[in-house]
Design a protein around this ligand. Structure first.
Ligand code: BDR
Ligand code: CA
Length: 323
């Protein structure tokens, strides 16, 4: 039986590639894609989810949740690395729906509809997940598992010296989620930074005769330029895609139980994830953290999965805009 998954995303090029893979994976049933502000403001995130769906047109469209502004505002006006629109500035055609429910409502509905069977893959700030937990206090006990892409354990942050982007964007929400008793996994920067998509790997993507190939090649080449210009890297870090592979192929990762929390007031450390790794810890374990990854195995899986997705997509009729 395929795993029921809610993708909570702030697309974001790595979010977009993860969604493309998940939508066509026979072992994954994407029950909803919920948008959240992060890489781009909330309205753009909601639009980008619809861009992705319109471009790849999966056999079954999941429910879509609309992003709304976080309670404390987004501390960062998007990240230049993915371009101002989050998808590399490529003018994609899209038919935008205006009747969408808020993301947190969609999360509550879908988890309630299949108690203990839904995995939430959180690829953006934790705004929606925290709101869903506050709206329905029983919900944490009904979530199958929550996989969070974000935070750091031993390494530096990527938006401030101390903080990782997703956690930094809404630290209060992240703290609520970290402190909520549900089965949680963290895929931190220490692990996602190790999986670098270089030009050699980009050349192995499905080709442009397929709609998956056209879409992922366009956005990933834009990301490649962003990483070169902004970070001086000749490779892309595809954090959210690594998060999806942790869900579909956990055997490629090592997980260690830890006791973690989030800094919500620090002048220099706002949004930092803190773990009690003292010899005699006082905090209780509350999250399983990925500490090691089979990099080559993850990269091979990404290429395999995108080729499989392209083959499935090509066996369907071409997309009709405004579906
Ligand atoms: C995270 O930040 C975002 O820019 C990416 O989409 C990813 O979710 C990595 O820090
Ligand atoms: Ca993201």
């Amino acid at each position: 039986m395929p795993k029921k998954v809610i993708f909570d995303v702030d697309p974001g090029i790595d979010d977009a590639v993860a969604v493309c893979m998940g939508l066509f994976d026979p072992n994954v049933e994407v029950v909803a894609i919920t948008s959240v502000g992060g890489n781009v403001p909330p309205a753009q995130a909601t639009r980008n989810v619809q861009v992705i769906l319109s471009q790849v047109d999966p056999p079954r469209w999941p429910r879509i949740g609309a992003a709304t502004a976080p309670d404390h505002g987004l501390p960062t006006e998007g990240r230049r690395i993915f371009g101002p629109d989050g998808l590399g500035g490529v003018a994609f055609e899209v038919a935008v729906r205006r009747d969408l429910r808020p993301s947190e409502k969609v999360i509550c509905d879908e988890v309630r509809a299949a108690p203990e069977a839904v995995t939430i893959l959180a690829c953006g700030p934790l705004t929606n997940i925290a709101r869903a937990f506050l709206r329905d206090p029983e919900l944490p006990y009904l979530v199958g598992q929550l996989i969070i892409v974000g935070g750091t354990v031993s390494g530096p942050g990527n938006i401030t010296p101390a903080a990782e982007f997703n956690i930094y964007c809404d630290p209060q929400a992240a703290r609520t989620v970290f402190r909520t008793p549900c089965t949680k996994f963290l895929i931190p920067l220490d692990v996602t930074n190790q999986v670098e998509l270089t030009l050699d790997w980009l050349q192995r993507l499905p080709d442009e005769t397929t709609r998956i190939g056209r879409f992922v090649r366009k956005i990933l080449h834009a990301a490649f330029r962003g990483y070169r210009q902004e970070l001086g890297l000749e490779a892309i870090r595809i954090h959210d895609v690594v998060g999806l592979v942790a869900l579909t192929h956990p055997e490629l990762f090592t997980f260690v139980e830890m006791a973690g929390d989030v800094e919500t007031i620090g002048e220099l450390t706002l949004g930092a994830t803190v773990f009690d790794r003292r010899r005699v810890p006082a905090w209780r374990h509350n999250i399983a953290v990925a500490t090691e990854v089979d990099k080559e195995g993850v990269l091979e899986e990404i290429i395999r999965s995108l080729h499989a997705a392209a083959a499935v997509a090509e066996s369907q009729p071409p997309p009709i805009m405004g579906k």
